[in-house]
Design a protein around this ligand. Structure first.
Ligand code: NDP
Length: 279
């Protein structure tokens, strides 16, 4: 899995083909979508149009909460594949654990079967806390390849990252730029000026040096290139320590545990804000 990927959350389906083609043109080979995002078709159109052999791309999509469970998971997976126009994905994730439904263990067992059949080259989870991963470890046979969690300078997720590391699970950072909030931070700005880089580059480089996979989103080609150009410089210990000091445990998205307060509660994004919905 490439350590730098491209996320497409909140990009409308009719703009997704153009945006993903720009991202591929900028050098990205790893694409992160989800059934929830409503733009798998646009991602699929870009994959078909880009002219690259399928095996040069790494495509991730995710199972939405209401499709968990033995009855619905396999059908939801097939629908995602069909919208993407693919016969396999490189990585398939359970989007949220939703432990109140009690379905994520049996859902994972269906993902194990999809992996055995080669339809999902790798399988993983998203927004899983160590406790949820422990439950999987006790009741299932395949260790998730990745755990994709909210992770940025204001929410550094030490506990999750440590647990993932111990189990050999790759941590993927969603909202790696803190949905742009951390870009304006003065500490990041000082490092950016000293290194003659942009704040976004400093934050993404910090992730890489911690070993995180990043999947920043932008619709602007200049920013796509900027976010991808982070391999030709390094942060030193002082820079890393300064960013470490920004951790405030501050979430932008839902807390995977608190999401459990309502029996049928879900969430979606509206105008850039997370809102509670019924699922
Ligand atoms: P990001 O941290 O990637 O931030 C995206 C925002 O930052 C956009 O507003 C973008 O604006 C802006 N931006 C991007 N690059 C720059 C730059 N170089 N300079 C200034 N501003 C910039 O947040 P996302 O929430 O989009 O997360 C990224 C991906 O993570 C998603 O697309 C999705 O794939 C995944 N994700 C997964 C979740 C999960 O539950 N598994 C939940 C949320 C996200 P503009 O587009 O105008 O450039």
């Amino acid at each position: 899995m490439p350590q730098i990927g491209f996320g497409v959350f909140r990009i409308p389906d009719d703009q997704t083909e153009r945006t993903v083609l720009d991202a591929i043109e900028s050098g990205y080979r790893s694409l992160d979508t989800a059934s929830l995002y409503g733009n798998e078709k646009g991602v699929g159109r870009a994959i078909a149009a880009c002219g690259l052999p399928r095996e040069e791309l790494f495509v991730t999509t995710k199972l939405w909460n209401e499709d968990q469970g033995r009855e619905r998971t396999a059908a939801a997976f097939e629908s995602s594949l069909s919208r993407l126009g693919l016969d396999y994905v490189d990585l398939y994730l359970i989007h949220w654990p939703k432990p109140s439904r009690g379905l994520y263990v049996q859902t994972w067992q269906v993902l194990e079967e999809l992996s055995d059949a080669g339809r999902a080259r790798a399988i993983g989870v998203s927004n899983f806390q160590p406790g949820h991963l422990e439950n999987l470890a006790q009741q299932t046979r395949v260790v998730p390849a990745v755990n994709q969690v909210e992770l940025h300078p204001f929410l550094q997720q030490d506990q999750v990252r440590r647990y993932d590391d111990q189990r050999g699970i790759v941590t993927v950072a969603w909202s790696p730029l803190g949905q742009s909030t951390s870009i304006d931070d003065p500490v990041v700005g000082t490092i950016a000026r000293r290194r003659d880089r942009t704040p976004a580059q400093i934050i993404l480089r910090w992730h890489l040096q911690l070993g995180n996979v990043v999947i920043p989103k932008t619709t602007q080609p200049a920013r796509m290139r900027e976010n991808f150009q982070i391999l030709d410089f390094e942060l030193d210990d002082e820079d890393m320590a300064a960013i470490r000091g920004l951790d405030a445990g501050r979430r932008l998205g839902p807390d995977p545990d608190e999401l459990e307060t309502g029996p049928k509660q879900g969430f979606s994004s509206s105008g850039g804000r997370w809102v509670a919905t019924a699922d």
